[in-house]
Design a protein around this ligand. Structure first.
Ligand code: EPU
Length: 338
């Protein structure tokens, strides 16, 4: 397969930023990927792997090869009366996998309805929403090392999942291409309505024992109300992570801002709502030219027109500065910046 030259990435990133890749290849099979990685002329090129392009901000043309992973397929690998193991190709649209499972009443990923992106990208940042995260159901994944083309299997522990992160975002960043992911889902699902927004929504609708279909529908409706649709307004979901503070820092913040929105986090730490911090700075719905935060959710940065990646980046730097000046908290990007 010959890579395409000077390929536009405008329709391949949900910010809708108009940049080009020097070289571009789309792969549909793992073997095709291994072959591409063994090509001597391509070995020298800088590489970047693209899934759904829903968590990336391109700030300039890419002077290397972009490899788009479009490996398809959803297969039931094993099942018993309680659970089922499913394998999905890295190119499967995440929400298609969720729908497949909801229709079959396989429980465990229904709260992750409508998250943009692909199955292969999901483990990298351990996607999560409304009380569930990918790490709850992932069993293992298959991938290929970029440098050597060697196939690798990672069990869950080896993925080193944490809040919006994994080994693939740290030590193995840009070193492994995920080709398929296995999940263990329940055939007798217990629904998770621990997340306040979800619980309140279901109680308003007078749904007391929700099915996983009810959860999926509820999440879809909540998301549609609060998060701008990337097919209409360019965005990549939450631009920043929710900062995690130690107890001492939290107590200090709370004494100054008693209304701060917070959630318990790992090992005695406290997660603060980044959306709230931004809103408190008066930056919810703030707009400069064609870039701004959403009026419905301050954590979502939007491209309202033809903003360049550099303009979007500049806006987010100013936003970070505002939050740092007011609260002394340094926001960390959730989106990858290239
Ligand atoms: N909030 C504000 N102002 C805002 C936005 C939010 O005060 O402008 C408050 C809300 O009122 C609520 C709290 O912050 O009390 C939490 O808001 P929300 O439920 O929307 O969740 P979030 O922490 O802002 C996270 C994920 C989202 C995920 C939601 C729902 C991160 C960085 N983001 O957002 O994930 O959909 O929870 O579970 O963890 C994404 O990763 O791209 C993403 C959209």
């Amino acid at each position: 397969m010959l890579p395409l030259k000077d390929h536009s990435l405008k329709n391949l990133n949900t910010f809708g930023v108009d940049v080009k890749a020097k070289l571009f290849a789309e792969v549909f099979y793992e073997e095709e990927l291994i072959q591409l990685l063994s090509d001597e002329t391509l070995k020298r090129e800088k590489k970047f792997v693209l899934g759904g392009g829903s968590n990336i901000l391109f700030t300039k043309d890419f002077e290397g090869i972009i490899i788009k992973i479009s490996i398809p397929g959803i297969v039931v690998i094993d099942e018993n009366s309680d659970s089922v193991i499913i394998e999905a190709g890295a190119g499967v649209i995440w929400d298609d996998l969720v729908n497949f499972c909801v229709v079959k009443n396989f429980g465990g990923i229904e709260n992750l309805t409508l998250i943009p992106g692909t199955v292969g990208a999901a483990p990298i940042q351990n996607i999560g929403a409304y009380g569930q995260e990918l790490a709850d159901t992932l069993v293992s994944l298959n991938g290929v090392l970029i440098e050597t083309g060697e196939q690798k299997i990672f069990n869950k522990a080896e993925c080193k999942f944490s809040y919006r992160s994994s080994v693939f975002k740290e030590e193995l960043k840009n070193k492994l291409i995920i080709t398929s992911v296995r999940f263990k889902l329940s055939k007798n699902p217990k629904t998770d309505i621990s997340y306040k927004t979800l619980r309140e929504y279901l109680s308003d609708k007078k749904i007391s024992s929700p099915t996983i279909k009810d959860i999926s529908n509820a999440v879809a409706e909540i998301r549609r109300k609060r998060l701008p649709d990337p097919t209409k307004i360019g965005n990549a979901g939450s631009f920043f992570k929710n900062p995690v503070l130690n107890e001492e820092m939290f107590i200090k913040l709370k004494s100054e801002y008693p209304e701060v929105i917070s959630f318990p986090s790992e090992a005695g730490k406290i997660k603060i709502s980044a959306g709230w911090l931004i809103e408190e700075c008066g930056w919810k719905g703030k707009r400069f030219g064609e870039v701004g935060t959403s009026p419905d959710h301050a954590l979502v940065v939007c491209n309202y027109g033809k903003a360049s990646g550099a303009e979007i980046l500049e806006f987010t730097m100013r936003l970070k500065e505002e939050v740092a000046n007011k609260f002394g908290i340094k926001l960390e990007e959730e989106v990858n910046i290239l």
